[in-house]
Design a protein around this ligand. Sequence first.
Ligand code: SF4
Ligand code: SF4
Length: 121
Amino acid sequence: MDGSICRKHSCHLCCLETEMELTGADIDRLENMGFSGFYQEIDGIRTLMNRDGRCFFLDRNNLCSVYADRPVGCRSYPLMMELETYEGFLDELCPHAEEFMVDPEDMIALHTIIGELEARR
Ligand code: SF4
Ligand code: SF4
């Protein structure tokens, strides 16, 4: 999704108290960059770690320190998917959700992410 909307509003709300789930490719990519200790695994579900309520990767300037390599879920947000119907929707917890445009490629990417995450459960 378009990060320019986040930058326009200087918003980093979804990087606070994040519960973003990570794919195996996310973990491999970030570990290969030298990071460790950035995720937790509970009941087989791997999510980003927070430190003092902030995502492990959120820097002092409230910017993502791994923006170009951020997890695929972070790239897709605020687009989410209803798991029973596989319909996409924009998360109402994002204060600027109505400004995001959803194109078919976003939905295809989200299907791929959800498919991988579901396969682990
Ligand atoms: S909450 Fe919405 S506008 Fe704010 S950083 Fe996240 S996606 Fe961007
Ligand atoms: S990885 Fe980056 S974009 Fe994703 S929650 Fe953390 S700081 Fe935000």
